[in-house]
Every structure is written in C-alpha cells, then in structure tokens.
Design a protein around this ligand. Structure first.
Ligand SMILES: Cc1ncc(COP(=O)(O)O)c(C=O)c1O
Length: 293
C-alpha cells in the first residue's frame, strides 16, 4: 500500500509530496510541530498534542483562522485511516506561510499543515531492562527569555540536533542539556526526572524544557500512586546523587537512565519507581486514546 501524506488538504503518495520552495518553515524554521503516537489503533493523548501545536502557533502569531482544533484533529485521524496506521508515529507540521524574506507582513500568511505516519525506530527492549547511558552536552538549551520553551517550534531544534551529535560521538544513549545557568533542562528529545527519597523531581518549563505530554502522564501516574512530585530546578549534583533517573518522551515512553558522565546513578540499574511507572505507562497507552477507526 502506497504511503500517503497529508499536505494542505490533499492526500498524496509521499514520493510525490512537495513543499513550496519559499515555505517559511523551510526558509527560516518558522513552523511548529508535534510527534504523536498511535497504539493499537488509538492515538495517545491526541487532544493535548493538538492543543500544544495550536498554542505554539498562536504564540508565534500564525494566522489560525482555518486551523481549528477540530480541523487539525480530523486531519490527523484521517491520515492514520488512509494509511491503515494502527501503531507508530505521526508527525504533524504547521508552518507560517509562503514567501521570501523574514517579514511576515510580506508573505502569504496561510499556514501549511502536513502530516505523515511512520513506523517508529524504538529503543531496544534492553534499554528498558538495563537502562540508558547518558552524557552531559556542552550545547545549552536556548534561554527561556529568548523563545518560551513551551513553544515546540522547528528552528530551535538545531540545538537539540547538535547535542544529540555530542551524545552519539561518545556512544551515549542520550544527552542531558543544561540551561545558561547550568541547571538541567532536558534530554535532547525527552524530559528528565529523578527520584530522591521516594519523591519525584523534574525541572519546570522555565528551566528550558518542553512541557512534555509524556512528562505530564508520568506526573499523573506518580500522583495516582501516592508518589509526591516536585517541579524544581535540578543541577548535575542532583542527577549524580539521585536514587533513580528516567526520561520521558513520545518515542522513548518512560526509559531509565542509569549512567551519566560515566558515573552510575543510584544502583546503576533501573529503579523500582521507574519500573512501576514504566509498567503503568504501558497500561495507559494500551487502554486509552482516541480511536482511529
Ligand atoms: C526537546 C524535547 N523535550 C521533551 C520531549 C518530550 O515531549 P513529549 O512527551 O510531548 O513527546 C520532546 C519530544 O518531542 C522533545 O523534543
């Protein structure tokens, strides 16, 4: 079956899909995006993903006249249906419009929505069983007083790409990114949690991290188990001395981090709270979500 992508209201085979040469997302990274996950024919937390996309676009003053919540949600579901896509990843991009030159006053301010479905390259199960090794990256996250970290926009990901390359260079599974003050912000594509004395700690978005949807699910699951959760600034000291550490993200789900900068975190093995949360998260993704079909 030919893989179809959604582009500006049409479904076309992905080989034939083209982006306008002067698309502002292509020219300047002037776009927002979402990575969404579908499990057994149900889209996990579709509403918060559509909300985050549209809030990101609104914060960047895109013209959202026609881009309503229902329009975007229906386009995502229809793209899954057309591709018979029951498991995997959904990529949703929304760019400001088309035109050469920075000035949005001089371009066609008609946002371009594109959606593609993909099988996911998952972390191997052994990473969940044994945990990830991580390294602190020298590439810092953008300061929250430049672009609000809650805006999931294309352009700023160049930092995450550079940080990921740093992690790759030393064979680490993930890279930890700090903010300009030296506090832990997030991993290159995931949020960071630690467990200390049976309390969960994670940096607030004001530290420079994305307000992750998996992060939110982990917080809710922990609270449901009676585990206190604190959003607080963390330094490398907090990670090095944590009892447990894990990362959360749409692709990674809840994955233990057991080594950072060649130091073992906690026991150096996935901890009991991480395991419980991971199991609870897998149940949540199996049992909830918006049906595609
Ligand atoms: C930089 C960054 N942080 C955190 C996350 C995790 O967010 P979510 O759980 O919404 O996928 C992502 C995933 O897109 C990300 O790119």
């Amino acid at each position: 079956m030919a893989e179809l992508v959604y582009i500006d209201g049409e479904f076309v085979p992905k080989e034939q899909a083209t982006i306008p040469f002067f698309d502002h997302g292509y020219l300047y990274g002037d776009g927002v995006f979402e990575g969404v996950r579908v499990y057994n024919g149900r889209v996990f937390r579709l509403e918060p993903h559509v909300d985050r996309l549209l809030f990101s676009a609104r914060a960047l003053a895109f013209n959202l006249e026609k881009m309503t919540f229902d329009f975007v949600r229906d386009a995502i579901l229809e793209t899954c249906r057309r591709n018979d896509h029951s498991n995997g990843y959904i990529r949703v991009n929304l760019t400001r419009g088309t035109g050469l030159g920075l000035d949005p006053a001089h371009i066609e301010n008609r946002p371009l929505l594109t959606i593609a479905t993909r099988q996911l390259a998952l972390y191997p199960q052994e990473y969940y069983d044994n945990g990830l090794t991580m390294v602190t990256c020298s590439t810092r996250v953008l300061s929250p007083d430049t672009i609000d970290p809650r805006i999931k926009c294309m352009g700023k990901y160049i930092n995450n790409i550079l940080a990921k390359m740093e992690a790759n260079r030393v064979g680490a599974g993930e890279g930890i990114m700090l903010n300009a003050q030296g506090c832990v912000a997030e991993a290159t594509g995931d949020n960071v949690f630690i467990v200390k004395d049976n309390i969960l700690h994670t940096p607030p978005p004001s530290a420079g991290c994305l307000k992750g949807i998996t992060r939110q699910a982990a917080i809710e699951l922990a609270e449901g188990m009676g585990i206190p959760v604190r959003e607080t600034n963390l330094t490398l000291y907090d990670l090095y001395t944590a009892d447990e550490c894990f990362l959360t993200g749409t692709a990674a789900e809840i994955i233990p981090g057991v080594e950072l900068d060649k130091r073992l975190l906690g026991s150096g093995k996935p901890g009991p709270i991480t395991r419980r949360l991971n199991e609870a998260f897998r149940r949540l993704t199996a049992e909830t979500g918006t049906p595609v079909f």
